[in-house]
Every structure is written in structure tokens, then in C-alpha cells.
Design a protein around this ligand. Structure first.
Ligand code: COA
Length: 219
């Protein structure tokens, strides 16, 4: 769906997918080392990619993001989809540029997109599926705090793992407070800041002290 949500963390920006992105995305998706653990779709042609983009733009159940390094070079993708009440799936995680791999960008992209999900879409739970042999991706998800729910065969040989994470776990991640969130063409930058969570504890604490002082003065 055509959306406006963006997030920035250090040198990495995630932003809405645009038509000019679809050719590099097609080339990434067609690489053997990228598609190995993704849904088998064969080699994607230019016209298939055009059709996919047209369908995506009208699909209200998918938010696709492209990740740019230093706001000028696209390096990967991530998406939120299948929204049901306050839960959704997260996936389409790809670091497509070989030179960008090995820097922990996958973890950043997952965290940034979930922060958008929490702040703008009021999501409380995120789930994903990952091939059991995809050790790098599993390492990222486990590190962030995703918890394994079930394992099942998807064909004679491959096993998929379904994992989930709750909002509270994301809010406690130390990176979350450094992720800035904004909408395209809107100057207001917001931040979950460990945020909603820690600040409300602090405010409650200060209010309690103020209340105590006030009560003592009255007494
Ligand atoms: C999965 C993917 C996004 C990770 O890219 P990345 O963020 O550049 O990954 P990195 O190389 O920085 O590795 C991420 C972590 O996994 C660890 N890791 C990498 N390979 C590993 C392996 N074979 N076994 C265990 N851990 C591994 C790294 O040490 C790193 O951990 P650290 O941050 O604690 O040091 C990327 O490989 C990719 O695009 N794969 C193809 C598409 C795909 O499979 N997407 C996921 C679908 S569920």
C-alpha cells in the first residue's frame, strides 16, 4: 500500500517503496544467495515485477519499506503485513547489496519497522516465519527477542519456524530509543524512546514524590 512512514537509525533510513525501486529489488530477489530461503518464485521478469508493484500499491494489507544507506544508496527491504487487530507479520527482510551485508543491518531493519508498527499502527505483537537452515536470520530474530512458537515441515525436507515478539520486548531494546520516526513531508519526528515505557514510570515516580511533598506540606 502507498504509505508515508519512515524511520531512521544512524546512517540507515527505511522509507516507502517507490516505482523506481522495483528494478534493483527484482535483481536482488533473483540472486541465488538471497532467494535460497525465501518463497520459491523462480526468476522474476520485468513485467512480473511491474504487476507485483501495481498489486502492492492497491493492497491495504502490506507496508513495504526500502532501506537506504546515508539516504542515497538502497541496500535492502523489510515489510509489515497481514494485519489482524493489533497483530501483524513482519518479513521480506533482504540485505540485497553484498557490500552492505555483515554490518547488522538486518537487525536494524526489523527493529525500525516494528517501531513504525507500534507508533503509527498501534501493533502489539509481531510474528514471522523463518527457514530452520537460515542461521543468520534466526540469529537476528533470537537476538531481538523473538520467541519460537512452532516448527513444521513445508515440504519433504524443509522446516519452517514461526516466532513471535510482544511490544514490551521491543520497547526495552536499547536501540529503540535511538530510532527516529516520521512521515514523509511532515517535520514532526517522534521516538519511542524506550519511551512510552520508561518515561511513564519516571513521570509516575515524580508525581508520587510531588504528591508526597504536597501531602506533608498540607499536614
Ligand atoms: C538474513 C540477512 C537479512 C542478514 O543480513 P545481515 O544483517 O547483513 O546479517 P549479518 O551478516 O550482519 O549477520 C547477522 C547476525 O547473524 C550472525 N550470523 C551470520 N551468519 C550466521 C550463521 N551462519 N550462523 C549463526 N549466526 C550467523 C552474525 O554473526 C550476526 O550476529 P551479530 O550481529 O550478533 O554479530 C541477509 O543474509 C539476507 O538478506 N539473506 C537473504 C534473505 C533472507 O534469508 N531473509 C530472511 C528471511 S526470514
Amino acid at each position: 500500500m502507498d504509505h508515508k512512514f519512515c524511520a531512521e537509525y544512524g546512517d540507515i533510513l527505511i522509507r516507502p517503496l517507490r516505482r523506481y525501486d522495483i528494478e534493483p529489488l527484482r535483481q536482488w530477489r533473483n540472486k541465488e544467495n538471497i532467494s535460497r530461503f525465501l518463497r520459491p518464485v523462480g526468476q522474476i521478469s520485468k513485467s512480473q515485477q511491474e504487476n507485483w508493484f501495481e498489486q502492492y500499491i492497491h493492497n491495504k494489507d502490506v507496508l513495504f519499506f526500502v532501506a537506504d544507506y546515508k539516504r542515497f544508496r538502497s541496500v535492502g527491504t523489510v515489510a509489515l503485513y497481514s494485519f489482524v487487530n493489533d497483530e501483524c507479520e513482519i518479513g521480506k527482510l533482504v540485505i540485497g547489496e553484498d557490500s552492505a551485508k555483515g554490518n547488522g543491518l538486518g537487525e536494524s531493519l526489523i527493529l525500525m519497522s516494528m517501531c513504525i508498527g507500534i507508533l503509527y499502527l498501534k501493533q502489539n505483537k509481531f510474528s514471522l516465519v523463518v527457514n530452520k537452515m537460515n542461521l543468520a536470520a534466526r540469529h537476528i530474530y533470537k537476538n531481538i527477542g523473538f520467541v519460537e512458537q512452532e516448527q513444521y515441515f513445508i515440504n519433504d525436507t524443509d522446516i519452517e519456524i514461526r516466532m513471535e515478539i510482544e511490544r514490551g520486548c521491543i520497547m526495552c531494546n536499547s536501540k529503540t530509543k535511538d530510532i527516529n520516526l516520521f512521515e514523509e513531508n511532515n517535520k514532526i519526528v517522534r521516538n519511542l524512546g524506550g519511551g512510552g515505557f520508561y518515561h511513564s514510570v519516571n513521570i509516575y515516580f515524580y508525581l508520587s514524590i510531588a504528591n508526597l511533598v504536597f501531602c506533608q506540606e498540607v499536614a
